[in-house]
Ligand binder design. Structure first.
Ligand SMILES: [Fe+2]
Ligand SMILES: [Fe+2]
Length: 151
């Protein structure tokens, strides 16, 4: 038996992944300058991973007889990840990414707890796997933050 909480969190996580894909893609295009190259490349790699997360979450929802949300249900939340006025402001994008990854980490931790409480080890296992990816993204961008703060 799937719990409402598990379904709600899977749908929320799906929406967050899609918003992340949109903002990482836009920032990867908008950023300018030699210093931005490394960040743009890293964002491009992460976009593919976030898209895979969304697909996995959507397929799990289907297995639980539910559906992923589409644009009519969507509420944008990533204020700090909007592309900066100054297209060379790499640090602003790095900090927006860190906010998005922190937020994802919180959601997957919540999903792990909810899935465990609902005795749903398959969703729990998926959330643990995705959580590990988000923690790796955070570590990478914490490194970038240190590097770019210094110049
Ligand atoms: Fe993700
Ligand atoms: Fe991520």
């Amino acid at each position: 038996m799937s719990s409402e909480k598990v379904i709600d969190l899977l749908r929320k996580a799906y929406g967050d992944e899609m918003e992340t894909v949109m903002n990482y893609q836009t920032n990867a295009i908008v950023l300018d300058g030699v210093r931005a190259e490394e960040i743009k490349e890293s964002l491009q790699t992460d976009i593919q991973e976030e898209l895979t997360h969304a697909e996995q979450l959507g397929n799990r929802l289907k297995q639980l007889d539910a559906r992923p949300p589409s644009s009519a249900d969507f509420v944008a939340r990533q204020d700090s990840l909007q592309p900066p006025e100054d297209s060379t402001d790499v640090l602003s994008v790095i900090r927006g990414v860190l906010d998005a990854e922190e937020d994802a980490i919180d959601t997957y931790r919540e999903l792990i707890d909810a899935a465990e409480a609902a005795d749903d080890p398959v969703t729990e296992d998926l959330a643990v796997t995705i959580l590990a990816d988000e923690e790796a993204h955070r570590t990478e961008f914490r490194g970038f933050e240190k590097e770019y703060q210094q110049d």
